[in-house]
Structure formats: C-alpha cells, structure tokens
Design a protein around this ligand. Structure first.
Ligand SMILES: Nc1nc2c(ncn2[C@@H]2O[C@H](COP(=O)(O)OP(=O)(O)OP(=O)(O)O)[C@@H](O)[C@H]2O)c(=O)[nH]1
Ligand SMILES: [Mg+2]
Length: 194
C-alpha cells in the first residue's frame, strides 16, 4: 500500500546533468554523449519502500535549465514537496548560479509552500573539480538542504541521494500536494530497484 506521494522538482543550469541523474535513478541507465537538452519539462516517477515497510512514490519533474524555458517552468514550483538543486562539479558557474539564479526562482515561485531540499553535486567522475566538497556542503547547510556528491555516469550515490530525500520527507511528514493527480501524470512507470 502506498503511504505517500510527493512532488519533486529538479532545477539547475542546462547541461549539469539533471535528466541524466533522474534517468539513472528511475530507469537505471546513462546515455553517454546525449546532448539533447530538455524541452520545457519531463516527468518520471519511482516508488521507494523504507526499511519499516512504508511505501512512497516520488513524482519527479525534470525542468529545462535553458533560460528560454524559464517562463514555462515557473508554474511547476507550485505545491512542491521537495526541490533537487543540481550543479556540475567541473563548472563553477553552475554552482554559483544555484546561489544566485535558482534560489531566487525558488523564493519567487514556491509561494511559501513547505518543501525539503537536496543539493546534488553531479559529474564526480570528472577529475577536474571547480568546486570543493567543503563549498558544496557549506552551501547546502546554509539553506538546510541534504547534500550528495554523485555521478550519473558511474552511478555513484544516485539512489542514496533520492532515498535519503524520501526518508526526510517521511520524517518531516510533509503533506503531499492536494492537487497532484497521480493517474494523469504517472505515465512512465519504473519498477527498477537498483
Ligand atoms: N561525465 C559525466 N557526464 C555527465 C554526467 N551526467 C550527465 N552528463 C553529461 O552532461 C550532459 C548534459 O546532461 P543532461 O542530463 O542532458 O543535462 P541537463 O541538466 O538535463 O540539461 P538541460 O535539460 O538542458 O537542463 C550530457 O552530455 C550528459 O551525458 C555525469 O555524471 N558525468
Ligand atoms: Mg535535461
């Protein structure tokens, strides 16, 4: 039986790997050299069962990082339960933009709803790091967020990051959004348990 359904939003600059992180989590695959940016928004879901047998469904909206889609993605902040902020460890700008652009978007468009935050430092498989772990942790702590260093490519920490978020949502007992229509949107089902 399903205990809760949570609406999760993924944000961050274009090319940081939001879609890759999500596909790795829900569908267990990574497409190398896939340079097709997200157009508008994409959607995926995955169910997670905790050790004490509670089942939650994460309905995850993957937004386009490109500025030209910004107007379209604003409405997806409504009634979110969790926000996943992604940056690319090899791209300093993508980290700084979380603090400048993306935090501002959150403040403007969540309209005061209560949500949890996860900061994902992606592409940890790349040797050259433009942001240190300490800087990532400091930023996450400053906004009360979970922090995970991940790689969609090598599948490092991806599942742990989302499962920790799900555990946190249950712990904080954030009510699922009233307006979330499961049947309307949950068209891509995944039963992958990796
Ligand atoms: N080395 C490495 N490359 C990655 C990783 N994750 C994603 N990429 C690559 O980074 C590029 C961009 O990935 P996407 O997942 O499309 O990025 P995005 O953030 O969804 O971009 P938008 O949809 O434009 O917002 C692609 O070429 C991916 O293959 C990773 O963990 N390691
Ligand atoms: Mg994308």
């Amino acid at each position: 039986m399903l205990d809760n359904v949570y609406k999760v939003l993924m944000i961050g600059d274009s090319n940081v790997g939001k879609s890759s992180v999500l596909k790795r989590y829900t569908d267990c695959y990574f497409e190398p050299r896939n340079d097709t940016p997200t157009i508008g928004v994409d959607y995926r879901m995955k169910q997670y069962t905790t050790q004490d047998k509670r089942s939650v469904r994460l309905c995850i909206w993957d937004t386009a990082g490109q500025e030209r889609f910004r107007g379209l993605t604003h409405s997806y902040y409504r009634n979110v339960n969790a926000i996943v902020m992604v940056y690319d460890v090899s791209c300093r700008n993508s980290f700084e933009n979380l603090q400048n652009t993306w935090l501002r978007e959150i403040k403007l468009y969540t309209h005061g709803c209560r949500y949890s935050t996860l900061v994902v430092c992606n592409k940890m498989d790349i040797e050259k790091h433009a942001v240190s772990a300490a800087q990532g942790i400091e930023f996450a702590e400053s906004i009360g967020a979970l922090f995970f260093e991940c790689s969609a490519k090598s599948n490092h920490n991806i599942t742990d990051a989302f499962e920790s978020l799900a555990e946190l949502l249950l712990l904080q007992d954030i009510p699922p959004p009233k307006s979330l229509s499961i049947t309307k949107h949950c068209d891509r089902r995944s039963h992958c348990r990796c």
